[in-house]
Design a protein around this ligand. Structure first.
Ligand code: ZN
Length: 1188
């Protein structure tokens, strides 16, 4: 082994240069990582290779030099370029020069199995490394190192493939004679593209754009000399960043605060970081204080003087493109400012790391007419600032969605500099917008090919009509044969990827044998195979409204793994025997072979459950066979579910919708809310049960590295909004535990049967207030923190959908390892017992794979999957919104005005034209009240949008249609029917925190809009309260640069809910009211139990005794909390009365005797703004979040 030294010069942040000497031990066994390796076995056979190998099916291998790697990384990222050898020389130099983003990008390319690219350790390879000669520059030395690497490959592979070196700095003339002979070529990127990618416009365009960006950067550097000497930044107001050492010291001494800067989507002028410890959230207002930081960057913030602190805005913002003036110009006459809570406010003094992504953007309108070559583009995501790009021909970019990247943000520049990467198509065309969604959420799947690499497809088993796949007889012997059982699946119609199937039968003595059978994906996808790496990278199948992007190739996802009927399929099964009360007696886990009798649809199963003997789509004999199973399944799962509910399991709502597409033109024919059927719950319960049991099982086998699913306890203050909302309707919601929450939500539901929308919204609010569920590695938390709050289980994981979730595949491997006895010995340091199951003992020696038992690696995979999951849900939500806007566009477009061209062109013609717009009126429910209006949720379409009462100009208007009192004679018939959009202006408005908003109408204003004789039929005051029903017209705010957004205009009131006198408070379940009625508490409870059981089928299987116990527990807690809250309120009330008194009305009552309206007694609501932010944050995930 040879030893050598390499010397690096590293620039520190103080601009001093440090010399670093590395001792390097040269080795002879550095592998070539090529499938062309002539050795037998190949030289890389001894090492574990986690990426793919250089391919044999390629005309050349590429070796980029530093000039290419540093500045043309995006070109190297293009998927057309494969078989790239990244040398250690280049990577080390990137690292030593602090180019960590570039470094990571190159690493990423090498990791991607589709790219067939590798990192070659040339600096450690005897025969490939070179020493720096005296007087030689680093560039020269590194270039020689690359040449040597090319020589090495040429020799090692015996010239089987030509080597092309890519360089913008060196050329063919820099080669030695023998290299020329050996066929090594040096090409510039331009030469390379011209020769090999002549017709690929995207690559050529990208190269051009990168060259322009570099040119500009170089100019920038030249100019900098003059400007940098000046302190500060001239007109931009930006400040120089403080040196890293000062930032670090500042953070340590808590003079500065570090965090990820997020820009509030609804108020782009405001950003915030969540600082550590006591400080909590820090607000950053305005571009100047943001000091060139971009949404997502890790920044360091210095607090401003307290006198400059501000409160976050509580307005609904008017326009995604608007930039608010700094600070809030509050209308002093409104009483809203009393709710303002001043927050720590700061400015960015340094950026620790950038989180710049590829952004989808649109050229600023009109910019294509400018003659210069610099243009501003508006990112689709409104939290990203405008970006300045250089393009020689902006006309071709007009109205296109393009991908851009940010390169730098110089101190004297108002906008960051970036460059154009590529076009993805005309704005507002469906395919363009879908591509945009995929890019914005980092889903790198090409829409057309689905992008599975050839290598991964080669790993797939063959299943063609000529050569159908058949189970292997040896494999069949090794599996439990369940083909004699009646097994069936229940899914939505046309489900192709069937993950799960079920069997259930009566085995006598009142006992039941129940089985959940899951596609055995791990049989087909081996750990670290190309397919596995690809699936891990994707993390999950992505479902958009009209298409999906699979995690696995179709031959697996739709054929061999999918548990289709009438064919033999491998499965992973969990089988239980249970007694008549659904107590589990035994549990069996293992591999099986099954043959499904039927792919049932939810509706069909529900039909059988409802007692039908035949259901559409299934023949009578099959129905006869399946019906007893479905009925027994329902009976059993109801019991299991009821038990879980009594333990605090929550039944929550999602506002999921489905789109029905027209066949002719792809337009949307309808939006359908998901119809809740009992069968959904039953299947869900079966899956929850299997997931729970498997979680405990793999935890027993892998104490430090089990892949678990965790739903953390919610932060109680996040529930404040929910509690207030419920209180405004006279209910008390209790959030001390999931049990208490479940009980009080059930109570609300039972008492509000006539208002299912109220209940639904309340449940949605509860979901929003909770944390998100996530994957964890068991070693990362103590065992008592594994709890799944929403499902009320101590252990939970994902096991039941391995075709579409990678986590499940990992769990399958861990489970197999546990039951085949190859898992590591369970450690003895933690002891938790889950009752009711018999587990096979796991005795073992360590031979399972590295990932499965490596807690740290498992944690990395878990966090990657959490990220992928979240992005895929957000993409799903974006696509839902996209189709919702298309639907509204279709519905509101007046076909008689102007040329129309179907849904594909989503309203490019621009400006709203009230007259030609057809009102699209629906009933909605007021779901959030803000200072200038409120949000309305339209359950029919799952759409939520703002209703503005106060215009951007500050004027308060109300539609005339809202003011007319129905049933009041309007006197003489008038032929003058006002337009539906007519409004009365000059109103006054009063907002009472978050639950009501009152608009007073001056008669003279109304008079100008209506003939006098009709004035008598007008209201003089309208009040809107949370949960009121209103009629709204759904409308679109059109935009070129952004997606169209939905807003609403009031069209009328739902009479029943608004005629309720404001002073009357509905009778609710306030415990105090409850106990004052004179009935005995026991009798009350019995009545209540009866009612709850009647109203809630989920609880019906429980005995009265069990119910009373559950409810009593909940209520005792409720009363206890209420007492505490009362004391607190009383104290606060006294304090308020003693000081100046914010209270709107001072009441001369003793606070401890009377129920108190909490809004009027706690004017300074400390956590209120946190709530608003929570809402902003949660609105992102609202329609897509499931806590499961
Ligand atoms: Zn080799």
């Amino acid at each position: 082994m040879l030893r050598t030294e390499t010397v690096h010069f590293r620039k520190t942040n103080k601009n001093t240069v440090v010399k670093r000497v590395h001792e390097v031990y040269l080795r002879k066994d550095i592998p070539c990582l090529s499938t062309l390796c002539p050795w037998s076995p190949p030289c890389h056979a001894r090492v574990k290779v986690e990426s793919s190998l250089l391919s044999e099916e390629t005309p050349y291998y590429l070796i980029p030099d530093y000039s290419v790697a540093l500045r043309y990384v995006e070109l190297l990222e293009q998927e057309e370029l494969t078989n790239i050898i990244f040398t250690e020389t280049i990577l080390q130099r990137l690292q030593s020069e602090d180019k960590s983003r570039t470094y990571k990008s190159l690493r990423q390319v090498a990791k991607d199995p589709r790219r067939r690219s590798v990192v070659f350790s040339n600096e450690h390879c005897e025969g490939a490394t070179v020493l720096r000669e005296p007087e030689e520059s680093i560039e020269q030395r590194d270039w020689r190192a690359l040449l040597k690497t090319a020589d090495w490959y040429h020799q090692h592979l015996q010239g089987r493939v030509p080597i092309i070196m890519l360089s913008e700095q060196f050329g063919q003339k820099n080669l030695r004679e023998e290299q020329l002979k050996a066929g090594v070529r040096v090409m510039s990127l331009k030469e390379y593209l011209n020769e090999f990618w002549k017709d690929n416009a995207v690559l050529h365009e990208l190269l051009g754009s990168l060259k322009e960006a570099i040119l500009e950067e170089d100019l920038e550097m030249q100019n900098k000399g003059g400007i940098a000497t000046k302190k500060g930044s001239g007109s931009t107001g930006f400040q120089e960043y403080k040196p890293l050492s000062e930032l670090e010291a500042g953070v340590k001494s808590e003079r500065f605060f570090q965090g990820v800067m997020k820009v509030r989507a609804n108020h782009r002028d405001q950003a915030f970081i969540r600082g550590d410890g006591n400080i909590g959230e820090i607000v950053i207002v305005g571009s100047e204080h943001r000091n060139r930081a971009v949404h997502g960057d890790m920044v360091v913030v210095e607090l401003l003087n307290k006198s400059s602190w501000v409160a976050p805005s509580t307005h609904i913002s008017y326009d995604p493109e608007e930039i608010h003036a700094a600070g809030d110009e509050e209308d002093e006459s409104s009483n809203t400012h009393r709710f303002k809570e001043i927050k720590p406010t700061g400015r960015v003094v340094g950026v620790i790391s950038r989180n710049w992504q590829p952004y989808v953007a649109t050229l600023q309108e009109g910019s294509e007419k400018d003659s210069g070559s610099f243009h501003l583009v508006l990112p689709l995501n409104p939290v990203i600032p405008k970006i300045r790009i250089r393009h020689h021909d902006a006309k071709v970019l007009a109205n296109q969605r393009i991908v851009v990247r940010i390169d730098s943000w110089p101190i004297h520049s108002q906008y960051p500099n970036g460059h154009y990467v590529r076009s993805i198509g005309p704005a507002h065309e469906l395919d363009t917008e879908i591509s945009a969604i995929l890019i914005e959420h980092g889903i790198s799947v090409s829409q057309t090919t689905q992008g599975f690499s050839e290598g991964s497809l080669k790993e797939m088993p063959i299943n063609t009509p000529e050569h159908p796949w058949r189970p292997d007889p040896a494999e069949l012997k090794a599996r439990r044969d369940l083909r004699n059982l009646t097994i069936f699946s229940i899914d939505p119609p046309n489900c192709q990827d069937i993950d799960d199937a079920i069997s259930i039968r009566d085995i006598g003595n009142g006992q039941v044998e129940f089985g959940v059978h899951i596609a055995d994906v791990s049989h087909f996808v081996h750990e670290n195979s190309l397919t596995d790496l690809e699936a891990r990278a994707r993390g999950t199948t992505v479902y958009l409204s009209d298409r999906r992007f699979d995690m696995l190739p179709k031959v697996l996802s739709e054929q061999l793994c999918s548990l289709r009927h009438h064919v033999d399929r491998y499965a992973m099964s969990v089988m239980w025997t249970m007694d008549a009360e659904a107590n589990v007696l035994t549990t069996w886990f293992g591999r099986s072979v099954i043959r499904s009798a039927c792919e049932m649809e939810y509706e069909q199963a529900q039909g059988l459950l409802n007692g039908k003997d035949v259901v559409p789509g299934l023949d009578a004999a099959l129905c006869k066979k399946l019906k007893p199973s479905v009925v027994l399944l329902a009976k059993t799962m109801r019991k299991i579910r009821a038990k879980r509910m009594m333990n605090g399991g929550l039944e929550l709502e999602s506002s999921e919708v489905k789109f029905k597409f027209k066949e002719e033109d792809g337009g949307i024919s309808d939006i359908l809310p998901k119809q809740p059927l009992e069968v959904h719950q039953i299947i869900e319960e079966a899956m929850v049960m299997a997931n729970g049991y498997v979680a405990k099982k793999i935890y027993d086998g892998f104490r430090e590295s089990a892949m678990l699913r965790h739903h953390p306890l919610p932060i109680d203050s996040h529930f404040k909004m929910l509690r207030k909302a419920a209180e405004s309707r006279g209910f008390s919601i209790e959030t001390s535990s999931n049990l208490a929450l479940a009980a009080s939500l059930r109570d609300c539901a039972a008492k509000s049967q006539d208002d299912i929308e109220f209940v639904r919204l309340l449940k949605t609010m509860a979901t929003m207030a909770m944390s998100e569920a996530s994957y964890i590695s068991s070693g990362s938390k103590p065992v008592n923190e594994y709890t799944h709050y929403g499902l009320a289980l101590d252990f939970y994981t994902h096991f039941t959908s391995p075709i579409r979730r990678y986590a499940d595949l990992v769990v399958h491997r861990q489970l197999m390892s546990c039951i085949s006895g190859t898992s590591p010995q369970p450690s003895l340091n933690a002891a938790t017992v889950v009752d009711g199951s018999v587990h096979l003992s796991s005795t073992t020696t360590a031979s399972s794979s590295d990932l499965l038992k490596n807690g740290l690696k498992m944690e990395q995979v878990a966090s990657h999957l959490n990220y992928k999951n979240r992005e895929s849900k957000l993409a799903q939500k974006d696509s839902t919104e996209l189709f919702q806007t298309l639907y509204i566009l279709q519905k509101t477009r007046n076909s008689s005005s102007g040329p129309k061209d179907g849904s594909k062109d989503a309203g490019k013609e621009g400006a709203d034209d009230d007259e030609s717009e057809i009102p699209f009126v629906e009933t909605g429910i007021v779901s959030e009240i803000r200072e200038n209006g409120f949000f309305v949720f339209v359950p029919r379409f799952g759409i939520k949008g703002p209703v503005y009462l106060k215009e951007k100009s500050g004027e308060i208007t109300i539609p005339l249609s809202v003011l007319e009192i129905p049933g009041v004679a309007t006197g003489a018939k008038t032929s003058l029917k006002p337009s539906p959009w007519t409004t009365v202006s000059g109103c006054e408005m009063e907002t009472d925190q978050m639950t009501e908003i009152t608009v007073k109408i001056p008669l003279q204003s109304a008079a100008s809009a209506l003939p006098e004789h009709r004035l008598g039929s007008l209201r003089s005051k309208v009040q809107f309260r949370l949960f009121d029903k209103v009629k709204v017209a759904l409308r679109l705010k059109k935009s070129l640069a952004h997606r169209h957004s939905i807003y609403m205009t009031l069209m009328g009131l739902d009479e029943e809910s608004t005629q309720r006198p404001a002073s009357a408070s509905p009778v609710g379940l306030n415990p105090r009211i409850f106990s004052s009625k004179g009935k005995s508490l026991v009798q009350m409870k019995k009545d209540q139990v009866k009612k709850i059981a009647e109203n809630d089928p989920a609880l019906a299987p429980l005995s009265e005794q069990q119910l009373i116990q559950g409810i009593t527990a909940g209520q005792e807690k409720a009363q206890q909390l209420q007492k505490e809250a009362d004391l607190q309120k009383a104290a606060e009330a006294e304090e308020t009365a003693g000081s100046k008194g914010f209270g709107k009305k001072k009441r001369g009552r003793n606070a401890s005797l009377e129920p108190i309206d909490p809004y009027q007694q706690t004017p300074l609501d400390v956590s209120f703004y946190r709530l608003l932010d929570t809402f902003d944050r949660l609105r992102i995930v609202e329609s897509s979040q499931t806590i499961e």
